[in-house]
Design a protein around this ligand. Structure first.
Ligand SMILES: [Zn+2]
Length: 132
Protein backbone atom coordinates (compact mmCIF):
# COMPACT_ATOMS: atom_id res chain seq x y z
CA UNK A 1 0.00 0.00 0.00
CA UNK A 2 1.14 3.53 -0.66
CA UNK A 3 0.88 4.71 2.95
CA UNK A 4 3.04 1.88 4.26
CA UNK A 5 5.65 2.40 1.54
CA UNK A 6 5.81 6.14 2.26
CA UNK A 7 6.07 5.34 5.95
CA UNK A 8 8.89 2.91 5.38
CA UNK A 9 10.68 5.52 3.25
CA UNK A 10 10.55 8.00 6.10
CA UNK A 11 11.53 5.70 8.97
CA UNK A 12 13.53 2.53 8.39
CA UNK A 13 12.57 0.58 11.47
CA UNK A 14 8.98 0.56 12.69
CA UNK A 15 8.89 -0.46 16.36
CA UNK A 16 6.47 -3.22 17.27
CA UNK A 17 6.63 -2.95 21.07
CA UNK A 18 6.76 -0.10 23.59
CA UNK A 19 9.09 0.33 26.58
CA UNK A 20 6.92 -1.89 28.77
CA UNK A 21 6.96 -4.69 26.19
CA UNK A 22 3.37 -4.36 24.94
CA UNK A 23 2.48 -4.33 21.24
CA UNK A 24 2.26 -0.70 20.09
CA UNK A 25 -0.99 0.86 18.91
CA UNK A 26 -1.47 3.43 16.15
CA UNK A 27 -3.06 6.78 16.99
CA UNK A 28 -3.48 10.06 15.14
CA UNK A 29 -2.37 13.33 16.66
CA UNK A 30 -4.91 16.18 16.51
CA UNK A 31 -2.80 18.82 18.23
CA UNK A 32 -2.16 22.17 16.49
CA UNK A 33 1.55 21.29 16.30
CA UNK A 34 0.97 17.85 14.71
CA UNK A 35 -2.45 17.74 13.05
CA UNK A 36 -3.45 14.45 11.40
CA UNK A 37 -0.03 12.96 12.12
CA UNK A 38 -0.07 9.24 12.87
CA UNK A 39 2.10 7.84 15.60
CA UNK A 40 2.71 4.61 17.48
CA UNK A 41 2.43 4.54 21.23
CA UNK A 42 1.96 2.34 24.28
CA UNK A 43 -1.56 0.86 24.53
CA UNK A 44 -1.68 2.38 28.03
CA UNK A 45 -0.71 5.80 26.63
CA UNK A 46 -3.98 7.52 27.55
CA UNK A 47 -4.37 5.86 30.95
CA UNK A 48 -3.69 8.11 33.88
CA UNK A 49 -0.60 7.16 35.80
CA UNK A 50 0.94 5.32 32.85
CA UNK A 51 4.73 5.40 33.17
CA UNK A 52 5.49 4.38 29.57
CA UNK A 53 6.30 7.43 27.47
CA UNK A 54 6.98 5.57 24.24
CA UNK A 55 5.79 7.17 21.03
CA UNK A 56 7.07 7.17 17.49
CA UNK A 57 5.69 9.25 14.63
CA UNK A 58 4.82 7.35 11.47
CA UNK A 59 4.25 10.42 9.31
CA UNK A 60 6.72 13.24 8.71
CA UNK A 61 6.04 16.64 10.24
CA UNK A 62 4.06 19.11 8.16
CA UNK A 63 6.80 21.63 7.57
CA UNK A 64 4.86 24.66 6.41
CA UNK A 65 2.84 26.57 8.98
CA UNK A 66 0.07 27.43 6.54
CA UNK A 67 -0.74 23.78 5.77
CA UNK A 68 -0.34 22.75 9.40
CA UNK A 69 -2.75 25.49 10.53
CA UNK A 70 -5.14 24.70 7.68
CA UNK A 71 -5.14 20.99 8.58
CA UNK A 72 -5.84 21.73 12.24
CA UNK A 73 -8.53 24.28 11.34
CA UNK A 74 -10.30 21.72 9.13
CA UNK A 75 -10.22 19.18 11.94
CA UNK A 76 -11.70 21.70 14.40
CA UNK A 77 -14.46 22.54 11.88
CA UNK A 78 -15.14 18.84 11.35
CA UNK A 79 -15.46 18.25 15.08
CA UNK A 80 -17.86 21.20 15.38
CA UNK A 81 -19.97 19.86 12.50
CA UNK A 82 -20.05 16.43 14.17
CA UNK A 83 -21.22 17.96 17.45
CA UNK A 84 -23.95 19.91 15.64
CA UNK A 85 -25.06 16.71 13.89
CA UNK A 86 -25.22 14.91 17.24
CA UNK A 87 -27.40 17.69 18.68
CA UNK A 88 -29.70 17.54 15.63
CA UNK A 89 -29.86 13.75 15.83
CA UNK A 90 -30.78 13.96 19.52
CA UNK A 91 -33.46 16.57 18.76
CA UNK A 92 -34.96 14.46 15.96
CA UNK A 93 -34.85 11.28 18.06
CA UNK A 94 -36.64 13.10 20.89
CA UNK A 95 -39.30 14.39 18.49
CA UNK A 96 -39.77 10.90 17.00
CA UNK A 97 -40.16 9.49 20.53
CA UNK A 98 -42.76 12.17 21.38
CA UNK A 99 -44.69 11.41 18.19
CA UNK A 100 -44.55 7.67 18.91
CA UNK A 101 -45.95 8.24 22.40
CA UNK A 102 -48.68 10.50 21.01
CA UNK A 103 -49.57 7.93 18.36
CA UNK A 104 -49.62 5.16 20.96
CA UNK A 105 -51.88 7.22 23.22
CA UNK A 106 -54.28 7.93 20.35
CA UNK A 107 -54.37 4.24 19.47
CA UNK A 108 -55.15 3.27 23.08
CA UNK A 109 -57.76 5.98 23.80
CA UNK A 110 -59.37 5.76 20.38
CA UNK A 111 -58.93 7.99 17.42
CA UNK A 112 -60.13 11.52 17.96
CA UNK A 113 -61.72 11.69 14.51
CA UNK A 114 -64.21 8.99 15.59
CA UNK A 115 -65.62 11.11 18.46
CA UNK A 116 -67.87 13.33 16.26
CA UNK A 117 -69.28 10.16 14.69
CA UNK A 118 -70.14 8.76 18.16
CA UNK A 119 -71.76 12.06 19.18
CA UNK A 120 -73.79 12.12 15.94
CA UNK A 121 -75.05 8.57 16.51
CA UNK A 122 -76.04 9.43 20.12
CA UNK A 123 -77.93 12.52 18.90
CA UNK A 124 -79.75 10.41 16.31
CA UNK A 125 -80.69 7.89 19.04
CA UNK A 126 -81.95 10.60 21.39
CA UNK A 127 -83.97 12.25 18.60
CA UNK A 128 -85.38 8.86 17.63
CA UNK A 129 -86.60 8.16 21.17
CA UNK A 130 -87.95 11.69 21.59
CA UNK A 131 -90.05 11.39 18.45
CA UNK A 132 -91.59 8.09 19.59
ZN1 LIG B 1 4.22 0.78 27.17
Amino acid sequence: MSSSSSTSNWIRHIPTHCFCGLPVVERTSRTPANPARRFLCCPKHSESGSQCRFYNFLDPEIRYGYYRNEMHSLYVQLQQARREMQVQEYTYRSRIHELELELNERTVTGDCYKKPVVVFIMVVFVMYFLTQ
